[in-house]
Design a binder for this molecule. Structure first.
Ligand code: X5A
Ligand code: ZN
Length: 864
């Protein structure tokens, strides 16, 4: 303690004599270090700057986040640790922000990273030492001589000496929370694959089961290798699930029957298999099923311990149909259900979301959690008015859960085949995602069947592989990014393996491909969506003021008549795919993937070398690009933008904006962030179109001085401000959304999911510009949410333009663009009736043009 005080004192005496430093703006203030931050009390100063260098704007936030790392400080892993942490969380109250020097960071990291590593936590991205200034700059240095001396006497923590994580629940919990905050973030994607799971196979002829082949696993893995995705993942070994773990969900009797099949001959195997609906035993099935369970639990452990951020397990046999006492639908043990029970037990989780995007209803999962409010189960499935397997009444939208679990079971039945990308996206926008954000899960498990993809003989749906990238990307915004994807079905080998690849690629953080196809849900999908919303209205706050009503006469309900009717319907047809069809889809996908996949730009986020901006963005890993030449800009402006450039500050900001747009266009960078006045937005938009971007989506938050011309459809403007600005009425390409943030928390989810995203996905931009001008009516949480979700569009090409007074916003958004911190959007609050109505009016006004807005069937909806 004494030593650190001395070090700081020494360092500070140096700074005070130096006049230079970067401007910290007018918005920061000095406050007394509160008692809750007691670890920062005795290090040599008593007042701190707020907002701080971690981007925390309120003292409440600082205190909350600090409680999670105070414990690390108590490990005494390095004598400078407290100084280092305090200088970031409670910066010394000087005229300039003083960063720790790189050397201090390195010294602390080298000693403390092993402590974190012991518990499976990486050194936080936000503390990447390269982001801190070199020692020649003005910063907190470590005293090299004394430090060397100290280093010898201090016992260096080593992994061998670390306590086992399970024995120290509180310490482990602390690190979990630590990890969940922006201070430390887990990174990496786990991939679990064990070849042994290909040994389970059908030994006799059975037309029902013969699609569940070992190649489903091996060809998916081969395709992952082909895209070089395997080498980018963290390999986590599978293990056998224990009997105890299987008994979390299944009966002892079921376990014993399964176990007994190991020594049976073919005839006996066939007889036992015959006791179940669509299942086959092989002598190694029991072993494979235990590996499938264990692989799933390994994935949960890797994610919950912070070893990785997310991951996928390729397993066979699948699990979601299997029940307490029965195998069913190719499934023996319910991998995902066991994983949910395990996570509740081992990690004390209280809210787990299971997303089942397999084309079949995971009735097994529904039965297991029907009365359990701690597990929210969502499943969409081919239903066709109960005609399709497993043909259960309880697969319909009105099965909402029982007892305490009422409202926590969500079934979205598809009553037609041929559902495609826009139907799936509409289901996410208008049903699953709003539920999920309100539920606020601590962990997400995906029952990831790809039989809902194009070409699948079971599903007969039309969704192309890239839609799974989008679905994955959306789910990554919840539960602090803790997402475990577990394979279920998928029987068209090419469709399956490409979809698996899209999922893993997205988990790894690659930008998602643009979605293809017409962006409009079909009538039957809208009907199903409307009914599930109506069924859940009593249970969810976000639905409270939505005017949902049940639709009794579905456009497809004449299905029984249709069988005798030779007249082909206008919507999707149901027919068995032939071998020909399979090959056709294979060929289509071969070409399609080449069309939609694109080289990922080598740099994620750029900003310009403008000293003020880049200094402020530390320690976010942004890449600095050179501003565009001044004379070049002047020439360009007088030639093309003279009418838009009225002030010097507009002209001055163009050097950065145009340089970054150029890099985005050339695919050298993915996105960029610049400090610029709102007056520059119109120039940026016109220049984007001039560069060749065909559809530019602009989300403008705050007051707009120059309203860009959007008439040619090359720009779609969504203007978010507190009150309608005079002079401009809404039109297809200029939409005004009046929204004021809620002081209690974030209620913007409803606007983003219910309006902005549907419009944006209908438009399919190839560039997104998000601008924040003066008098913004949204807070940092709301704007962060926009950034997170809009990254799914335009291959993640975003230009962020932020007013120069908005330093904290700038840092938060830079983090969001880089992907350097787990998403956090503040506390969920449901929208008021007034706000719900506002969205409803806009939806009614624009759903003819922007069809992804459609979520109920009312008069006036044109049929596509
Ligand atoms: C996991 C899975 C499907 C069973 C179909 C039986 N099962 N007709 O996709
Ligand atoms: Zn399935």
């Amino acid at each position: 303690m004494f030593l650190t005080a001395k070090i700081l004192g020494f360092a500070l005496s140096g700074f005070l004599s130096v006049a230079a430093g970067f401007d910290i703006g007018l918005s920061t203030k000095c406050v007394v270090i509160p008692k809750e931050l007691d670890m920062c009390h005795k290090i040599g100063y008593s007042e701190m700057r707020l907002p701080n260098l971690m981007g925390h704007t309120s003292m409440g936030e600082v205190i909350l986040k600090s409680t999670t790392w105070q414990h690390l400080a108590h490990t005494d892993c390095h004598p400078h640790l407290r100084t280092f942490l305090c200088s970031l969380f409670a910066p010394v109250c000087l005229d300039t922000f003083i960063h720790p020097c790189r050397s201090m960071c390195v010294a602390v990291r080298d000693s403390c990273a092993p402590v974190l590593a012991c518990h499976g936590h990486p050194w936080p991205h936000s503390l990447d030492c390269d982001r801190f200034p070199a020692d020649e700059d003005m910063c907190l240095a470590s005293l090299t001589k004394e430090y060397k001396h100290l280093h010898k006497v201090l016992p260096k923590p080593a992994c061998q000496a670390c306590p086992a994580v399970e024995e120290f629940f509180t310490h482990k919990r602390v690190l979990e929370v630590f990890c969940a905050n922006n201070f430390a973030m887990a990174s990496g994607t786990a991939l679990i694959y064990d070849e042994e799971m290909t040994t389970h196979k059908l030994l006799w002829s059975d037309p029902v089961c013969d699609i569940e082949v070992p190649e489903r696993l091996s060809s998916s893995y081969e395709q992952l290798k082909c895209y070089h995705l395997v080498e980018r993942c963290v390999h986590v070994p599978a293990r056998e699930g224990s009997e105890e773990e299987i008994l979390l969900v299944h009966s002892l009797e079921h376990l014993e029957v399964a176990k007994s099949t190991q020594t049976m001959n073919d005839e006996e195997l066939k007889r036992v298999s015959g006791n179940y609906d669509a299942f086959f035993f092989h002598p190694n099935t029991y072993r494979c099923a235990r590996l499938a369970v264990g692989a799933t639990l390994q994935l949960v452990d890797a994610v919950m311990s912070g070893k990785v951020c997310n991951g996928m397990a390729l397993v066979r046999p699948p699990g979601h149909h299997s029940q307490r006492n029965a195998a069913n639908g190719f499934c023996l043990f319910n991998n995902v259900a066991i994983a949910a029970e395990y996570a509740k037990l081992k990690y004390g989780l209280q809210r787990i979301l299971i997303v089942d995007w397999d084309v079949h209803h995971g009735q097994g999962i529904q039965y297991i959690f029907e009365e359990d409010p701690s597990v929210l189960y969502f499943s969409w499935h081919r239903y066709e008015h109960q005609e399709f397997w497993p043909s259960l009444k309880e697969s319909n939208y009105d099965a909402v859960g029982l007892g305490k679990g009422e409202g926590f079971n969500i079934n979205l039945p598809w009553n037609k085949v041929g559902m495609g990308n826009s139907d799936y996206l509409a289901a996410f926008f208008h049903v699953l995602l709003p539920m999920a954000f309100e539920f606020d899960p601590e962990l997400i498990l995906v029952s990831s069947g790809y039989d809902s993809g194009i070409g699948d003989p079971e599903g007969q749906m039309n969704a192309t592989p890239e839609v799974f990238a989008h679905l994955t990307h959306f789910l990554m915004q919840l539960a602090n990014g803790k997402l475990c994807v577990i394979l279920e079905g998928g029987y068209h080998l090419k469709s399956l393996s490409e979809s698996v690849c899209m999922t893993v690629k997205t988990l790894l953080g690659d930008p998602v491909p643009q979605i293809t196809g017409e962006m409009a849900p079909c009538l039957s999908a809208i009907e199903s969506i409307q009914n599930v919303r109506a069924a859940h209205k009593p249970y969810w706050k976000w639905l409270m003021y939505e005017d949902t009503s049940f639709l009794q006469n579905l456009s497809t309900s004449s299905h029984l008549l249709k069988k005798t009717n030779t007249n082909p319907s206008t919507e999707h047809e149901s027919k068995m795919p032939s071998n020909d069809e399979t090959v056709k889809v294979e060929r289509f996908l071969e070409l399609h993937m080449k069309n939609i996949l694109f080289p990922v730009p080598p740099i994620k986020t750029a900003t310009t070398t403008d000293a003020k901006v880049s200094a402020h963005l530390l320690p976010v890993p942004v890449h600095l690009v050179k501003e565009m030449d001044k004379t070049e800009i002047k020439a360009l402006v007088s030639g093309s933008y003279a009418d838009l450039v009225k002030e010097d500050k507009t002209l001055l900001s163009l050097g950065s904006i145009l340089a970054i747009l150029d890099k985005i266009m050339k695919k050298e960078v993915c996105n960029g962030i610049v400090e610029s006045p709102a007056s520059s937005v119109a120039v940026a938009l016109r220049h984007s179109v001039r560069l060749g971007f065909q559809r530019v989506l602009c989300i403008f938050v705050g007051d707009m001085q120059i309203i860009p011309n959007t008439e040619d459809g090359k720009i779609l403007m969504i203007h978010i401000c507190e009150k309608e600005q005079s002079g401009k009425s809404s039109s297809k390409h200029y939409i005004s959304l009046n929204w004021k943030e809620d002081a209690e928390g974030n209620d913007f989810f409803s606007a983003v999911l219910g309006f902005i995203l549907p419009v944006a996905y209908s438009y399919q931009p190839n560039l997104t510009v998000i601008a924040v001008g003066p008098n913004r009516s949204l807070g940092i949480s709301e704007i962060s949410l926009l950034f997170a979700l809009l990254q799914g569009l335009a291959e993640s090409r975003i230009l962020a333009m932020i007013e120069d007074t908005e330093r904290n916003l700038m840092q938060s958004l830079a983090k969001a663009l880089v992907g350097a911190s787990a998403p956090h959007f503040g506390v969920y609050v449901p929208p008021t009736q007034e706000k719900v109505n506002k969205i409803k009016i806009l939806r009614d006004q624009f759903q003819q043009e922007w069809k992804m807005l459609q979520c109920s069937v009312k008069d006036g909806i044109s049929r596509n």
